[in-house]
Design a protein around this ligand. Sequence first.
Ligand SMILES: [Ca+2]
Ligand SMILES: [Ca+2]
Ligand SMILES: [Ca+2]
Ligand SMILES: [Ca+2]
Length: 299
Amino acid sequence: MLGRNRIRASGFMLVALIVLGVSQAHADFALFDNFDNYAAGLNLNGLGPAGNTWTTPDAAAQGTITIVNQGPGDNAVQFVNYTDNGAHRNFRSLAGAGLAIPNASTAATVFFTFKKGAGSLNFNTIVTDVAAPANLAGDSEVQLNEDYSAGTFFRGRSAGSFLLLTKVPGPDQMARDAARIIPVADATYNVWFAIDNTTDTYKIYMQSNGDSKIASVTQLLKATDGSGIFTFRNSGTALQANDLITFNMGIGGGGFVGPTFIDDIYVDTAAFNLANPVPEPAVLSTLAIGALALLRRRR
Ligand SMILES: [Ca+2]
Ligand SMILES: [Ca+2]
Ligand SMILES: [Ca+2]
Ligand SMILES: [Ca+2]
Protein backbone atom coordinates (compact mmCIF):
# COMPACT_ATOMS: atom_id res chain seq x y z
CA MET A 1 0.00 0.00 0.00
CA LEU A 2 1.37 3.38 -0.99
CA GLY A 3 2.05 5.91 1.73
CA ARG A 4 0.42 9.33 1.65
CA ASN A 5 3.71 11.04 0.80
CA ARG A 6 4.36 8.61 -2.04
CA ILE A 7 0.93 9.28 -3.51
CA ARG A 8 1.36 13.02 -3.15
CA ALA A 9 4.77 12.84 -4.84
CA SER A 10 3.44 10.78 -7.73
CA GLY A 11 0.60 13.26 -8.16
CA PHE A 12 3.00 16.16 -8.37
CA MET A 13 5.11 14.18 -10.79
CA LEU A 14 2.08 13.71 -13.04
CA VAL A 15 1.44 17.47 -13.03
CA ALA A 16 5.13 18.09 -13.72
CA LEU A 17 5.06 15.68 -16.65
CA ILE A 18 2.01 17.40 -18.08
CA VAL A 19 3.73 20.78 -17.86
CA LEU A 20 6.92 19.33 -19.34
CA GLY A 21 4.94 17.84 -22.21
CA VAL A 22 3.47 21.24 -23.00
CA SER A 23 6.82 22.98 -23.10
CA GLN A 24 8.30 20.29 -25.33
CA ALA A 25 5.41 20.62 -27.79
CA HIS A 26 6.40 24.25 -28.27
CA ALA A 27 9.97 23.38 -29.18
CA ASP A 28 10.11 24.07 -32.90
CA PHE A 29 7.09 26.23 -33.55
CA ALA A 30 7.44 30.01 -33.40
CA LEU A 31 4.38 32.03 -32.45
CA PHE A 32 3.10 34.29 -35.22
CA ASP A 33 -0.01 35.50 -33.40
CA ASN A 34 -2.39 34.24 -30.72
CA PHE A 35 -4.30 37.54 -30.38
CA ASP A 36 -3.99 37.37 -26.58
CA ASN A 37 -2.23 40.75 -26.33
CA TYR A 38 -5.07 42.64 -28.01
CA ALA A 39 -8.03 43.80 -25.97
CA ALA A 40 -11.38 42.14 -26.61
CA GLY A 41 -13.66 44.31 -28.72
CA LEU A 42 -10.91 45.92 -30.78
CA ASN A 43 -10.94 45.88 -34.57
CA LEU A 44 -8.09 43.65 -35.78
CA ASN A 45 -7.13 46.18 -38.44
CA GLY A 46 -3.92 47.91 -37.34
CA LEU A 47 -3.17 45.60 -34.41
CA GLY A 48 0.17 43.84 -34.10
CA PRO A 49 3.80 44.68 -33.48
CA ALA A 50 5.06 48.04 -34.75
CA GLY A 51 5.79 47.83 -38.45
CA ASN A 52 3.97 44.53 -38.93
CA THR A 53 0.31 44.98 -38.16
CA TRP A 54 -2.77 43.21 -39.45
CA THR A 55 -4.31 44.92 -42.46
CA THR A 56 -7.98 44.88 -43.34
CA PRO A 57 -7.99 46.37 -46.85
CA ASP A 58 -11.73 46.24 -47.44
CA ALA A 59 -13.39 49.37 -46.11
CA ALA A 60 -16.67 47.66 -45.26
CA ALA A 61 -14.83 45.07 -43.22
CA GLN A 62 -12.93 47.46 -41.03
CA GLY A 63 -14.53 47.48 -37.63
CA THR A 64 -16.17 44.10 -38.17
CA ILE A 65 -13.22 41.74 -37.78
CA THR A 66 -12.72 41.89 -34.05
CA ILE A 67 -10.93 40.46 -31.07
CA VAL A 68 -13.07 38.32 -28.78
CA ASN A 69 -12.31 36.62 -25.50
CA GLN A 70 -12.63 32.84 -25.49
CA GLY A 71 -11.37 31.94 -22.04
CA PRO A 72 -9.01 33.16 -19.33
CA GLY A 73 -6.19 35.01 -21.07
CA ASP A 74 -7.22 33.64 -24.44
CA ASN A 75 -8.43 35.95 -27.20
CA ALA A 76 -9.11 35.05 -30.84
CA VAL A 77 -10.11 36.92 -33.97
CA GLN A 78 -13.77 36.71 -34.94
CA PHE A 79 -15.44 37.11 -38.31
CA VAL A 80 -19.19 37.59 -37.86
CA ASN A 81 -22.25 37.57 -40.14
CA TYR A 82 -22.09 40.02 -43.03
CA THR A 83 -24.95 41.31 -45.09
CA ASP A 84 -23.01 43.60 -47.42
CA ASN A 85 -21.77 40.77 -49.67
CA GLY A 86 -18.33 42.39 -49.71
CA ALA A 87 -14.92 40.90 -49.08
CA HIS A 88 -13.88 40.74 -45.43
CA ARG A 89 -10.18 39.98 -45.37
CA ASN A 90 -7.23 40.49 -43.12
CA PHE A 91 -3.56 39.73 -43.65
CA ARG A 92 -0.22 40.15 -41.89
CA SER A 93 3.38 39.61 -42.97
CA LEU A 94 5.09 36.36 -42.04
CA ALA A 95 8.33 37.82 -43.41
CA GLY A 96 7.99 40.83 -41.12
CA ALA A 97 7.85 38.42 -38.18
CA GLY A 98 10.95 36.59 -39.38
CA LEU A 99 8.81 33.61 -40.41
CA ALA A 100 8.98 33.64 -44.19
CA ILE A 101 9.14 30.22 -45.86
CA PRO A 102 11.82 30.61 -48.53
CA ASN A 103 11.54 29.09 -51.99
CA ALA A 104 14.45 26.78 -51.11
CA SER A 105 12.58 25.32 -48.12
CA THR A 106 11.77 21.63 -48.48
CA ALA A 107 9.91 21.41 -45.18
CA ALA A 108 7.97 23.99 -43.20
CA THR A 109 4.73 23.96 -41.24
CA VAL A 110 2.05 26.54 -40.63
CA PHE A 111 -0.38 25.80 -37.78
CA PHE A 112 -3.59 27.55 -36.77
CA THR A 113 -6.91 26.82 -35.10
CA PHE A 114 -10.29 27.23 -36.78
CA LYS A 115 -13.74 27.26 -35.19
CA LYS A 116 -17.14 28.05 -36.68
CA GLY A 117 -20.47 28.72 -35.07
CA ALA A 118 -23.78 27.28 -36.27
CA GLY A 119 -24.81 27.73 -39.88
CA SER A 120 -22.97 27.53 -43.14
CA LEU A 121 -20.11 29.75 -44.11
CA ASN A 122 -17.53 30.66 -46.68
CA PHE A 123 -14.08 31.13 -45.25
CA ASN A 124 -10.47 30.93 -46.41
CA THR A 125 -7.18 30.54 -44.57
CA ILE A 126 -4.16 31.16 -46.78
CA VAL A 127 -0.37 31.30 -46.97
CA THR A 128 0.76 33.36 -49.95
CA ASP A 129 3.74 34.83 -51.80
CA VAL A 130 2.02 38.21 -52.20
CA ALA A 131 2.92 40.93 -49.69
CA ALA A 132 -0.46 42.65 -49.88
CA PRO A 133 -2.89 40.13 -51.37
CA ALA A 134 -5.75 41.72 -53.27
CA ASN A 135 -8.07 38.77 -52.84
CA LEU A 136 -8.60 35.32 -51.33
CA ALA A 137 -8.33 33.73 -54.77
CA GLY A 138 -5.57 34.14 -57.36
CA ASP A 139 -3.17 35.79 -54.91
CA SER A 140 -3.17 32.60 -52.82
CA GLU A 141 -0.87 29.58 -52.83
CA VAL A 142 -1.58 27.29 -49.84
CA GLN A 143 -5.29 27.47 -49.06
CA LEU A 144 -7.92 25.85 -46.85
CA ASN A 145 -11.48 26.75 -47.80
CA GLU A 146 -14.83 26.12 -46.17
CA ASP A 147 -17.51 26.89 -48.71
CA TYR A 148 -21.29 27.08 -48.24
CA SER A 149 -21.87 26.34 -51.92
CA ALA A 150 -20.28 22.91 -51.53
CA GLY A 151 -22.33 22.01 -48.47
CA THR A 152 -20.11 23.42 -45.71
CA PHE A 153 -17.33 20.93 -46.34
CA PHE A 154 -13.66 21.72 -45.87
CA ARG A 155 -11.80 21.93 -49.16
CA GLY A 156 -8.12 22.15 -50.04
CA ARG A 157 -6.83 24.14 -52.99
CA SER A 158 -4.75 22.23 -55.50
CA ALA A 159 -3.66 24.30 -58.51
CA GLY A 160 -6.85 24.96 -60.51
CA SER A 161 -9.34 23.25 -58.18
CA PHE A 162 -10.90 23.28 -54.76
CA LEU A 163 -11.11 19.66 -53.66
CA LEU A 164 -13.27 18.21 -50.90
CA LEU A 165 -11.25 16.70 -48.07
CA THR A 166 -11.67 13.15 -46.80
CA LYS A 167 -9.82 10.95 -44.34
CA VAL A 168 -10.22 7.72 -46.33
CA PRO A 169 -7.65 6.72 -48.98
CA GLY A 170 -8.10 3.98 -51.53
CA PRO A 171 -10.24 3.34 -54.59
CA ASP A 172 -13.71 3.38 -52.99
CA GLN A 173 -15.28 6.68 -54.02
CA MET A 174 -18.34 6.16 -51.82
CA ALA A 175 -16.16 5.48 -48.79
CA ARG A 176 -14.08 8.56 -49.51
CA ASP A 177 -17.18 10.73 -49.90
CA ALA A 178 -18.73 9.35 -46.71
CA ALA A 179 -15.60 10.37 -44.80
CA ARG A 180 -15.53 13.99 -45.96
CA ILE A 181 -14.70 16.45 -43.21
CA ILE A 182 -17.65 18.70 -42.36
CA PRO A 183 -16.88 21.32 -39.72
CA VAL A 184 -18.81 20.64 -36.52
CA ALA A 185 -20.24 23.82 -35.02
CA ASP A 186 -18.23 25.14 -32.07
CA ALA A 187 -15.54 22.44 -32.40
CA THR A 188 -11.97 23.72 -32.49
CA TYR A 189 -10.00 22.38 -35.45
CA ASN A 190 -6.22 22.25 -35.24
CA VAL A 191 -4.86 22.61 -38.78
CA TRP A 192 -1.36 21.92 -40.09
CA PHE A 193 -0.11 22.91 -43.55
CA ALA A 194 3.06 20.85 -44.20
CA ILE A 195 4.71 22.77 -47.02
CA ASP A 196 7.50 21.90 -49.50
CA ASN A 197 8.20 25.15 -51.33
CA THR A 198 10.76 23.56 -53.67
CA THR A 199 8.03 21.45 -55.26
CA ASP A 200 5.19 23.92 -54.62
CA THR A 201 3.27 21.25 -52.73
CA TYR A 202 1.71 20.80 -49.32
CA LYS A 203 -0.18 18.33 -47.18
CA ILE A 204 -3.10 19.14 -44.89
CA TYR A 205 -3.49 17.61 -41.44
CA MET A 206 -6.26 18.23 -38.90
CA GLN A 207 -7.27 17.16 -35.41
CA SER A 208 -10.28 18.07 -33.32
CA ASN A 209 -11.48 16.90 -29.93
CA GLY A 210 -14.98 17.87 -31.11
CA ASP A 211 -15.03 15.87 -34.36
CA SER A 212 -14.87 12.10 -33.96
CA LYS A 213 -13.73 11.69 -37.58
CA ILE A 214 -10.39 13.26 -36.74
CA ALA A 215 -9.94 12.74 -33.02
CA SER A 216 -6.24 12.11 -33.66
CA VAL A 217 -3.96 14.03 -36.03
CA THR A 218 -5.05 12.91 -39.50
CA GLN A 219 -3.75 13.63 -42.97
CA LEU A 220 -6.62 14.79 -45.15
CA LEU A 221 -6.83 13.61 -48.71
CA LYS A 222 -8.52 14.59 -51.94
CA ALA A 223 -11.99 13.04 -52.06
CA THR A 224 -11.61 12.89 -55.82
CA ASP A 225 -8.86 10.26 -55.81
CA GLY A 226 -7.65 9.67 -52.25
CA SER A 227 -4.24 11.23 -52.85
CA GLY A 228 -2.78 13.69 -50.38
CA ILE A 229 -0.41 16.05 -52.20
CA PHE A 230 -1.88 19.50 -52.88
CA THR A 231 -0.26 21.90 -55.35
CA PHE A 232 0.17 25.65 -54.89
CA ARG A 233 -2.63 27.61 -56.50
CA ASN A 234 -0.36 29.35 -59.04
CA SER A 235 1.64 26.23 -59.94
CA GLY A 236 -0.75 24.66 -62.36
CA THR A 237 1.67 24.95 -65.25
CA ALA A 238 5.07 25.85 -63.77
CA LEU A 239 6.92 25.87 -60.44
CA GLN A 240 6.79 29.22 -58.68
CA ALA A 241 10.08 30.74 -57.48
CA ASN A 242 8.34 32.21 -54.48
CA ASP A 243 9.00 32.84 -50.83
CA LEU A 244 5.79 32.46 -48.83
CA ILE A 245 5.59 35.73 -46.93
CA THR A 246 2.02 36.50 -45.84
CA PHE A 247 -0.79 34.93 -43.80
CA ASN A 248 -4.17 35.89 -45.28
CA MET A 249 -7.68 35.01 -44.12
CA GLY A 250 -11.30 35.92 -44.56
CA ILE A 251 -14.41 35.88 -46.68
CA GLY A 252 -14.25 36.65 -50.37
CA GLY A 253 -17.82 37.75 -50.86
CA GLY A 254 -21.46 36.82 -50.32
CA GLY A 255 -22.87 33.76 -48.67
CA PHE A 256 -21.00 34.00 -45.42
CA VAL A 257 -22.70 33.06 -42.19
CA GLY A 258 -20.61 33.32 -39.09
CA PRO A 259 -19.19 33.51 -36.69
CA THR A 260 -15.80 32.00 -37.46
CA PHE A 261 -12.81 32.19 -35.12
CA ILE A 262 -9.10 31.94 -35.98
CA ASP A 263 -6.43 31.67 -33.32
CA ASP A 264 -2.95 30.39 -32.46
CA ILE A 265 -1.05 30.87 -35.70
CA TYR A 266 2.39 29.24 -35.43
CA VAL A 267 5.14 28.60 -37.99
CA ASP A 268 7.95 26.07 -38.03
CA THR A 269 10.17 27.31 -40.85
CA ALA A 270 12.47 24.27 -40.79
CA ALA A 271 10.43 21.06 -40.48
CA PHE A 272 7.26 19.14 -41.06
CA ASN A 273 5.97 19.45 -37.52
CA LEU A 274 2.76 17.74 -36.40
CA ALA A 275 3.10 18.66 -32.74
CA ASN A 276 0.26 20.73 -31.35
CA PRO A 277 1.80 23.99 -30.07
CA VAL A 278 -1.38 24.75 -28.10
CA PRO A 279 -2.83 21.60 -26.50
CA GLU A 280 -6.39 22.41 -25.59
CA PRO A 281 -6.59 23.89 -22.08
CA ALA A 282 -9.70 21.85 -21.29
CA VAL A 283 -7.75 18.63 -21.68
CA LEU A 284 -4.82 19.90 -19.66
CA SER A 285 -6.92 21.29 -16.85
CA THR A 286 -8.94 18.07 -16.68
CA LEU A 287 -5.74 16.10 -16.21
CA ALA A 288 -4.32 18.55 -13.70
CA ILE A 289 -7.58 18.71 -11.75
CA GLY A 290 -7.68 14.92 -11.75
CA ALA A 291 -4.20 14.79 -10.25
CA LEU A 292 -5.08 17.36 -7.59
CA ALA A 293 -8.32 15.57 -6.77
CA LEU A 294 -6.29 12.43 -6.20
CA LEU A 295 -4.11 14.31 -3.73
CA ARG A 296 -7.09 15.70 -1.88
CA ARG A 297 -8.88 12.37 -1.64
CA ARG A 298 -5.88 10.71 -0.11
CA ARG A 299 -5.43 13.25 2.66
CA1 LIG B 1 -5.59 33.13 -28.37
CA1 LIG C 1 -7.87 29.97 -28.33
CA1 LIG D 1 8.17 27.56 -54.81
CA1 LIG E 1 1.74 33.36 -56.42
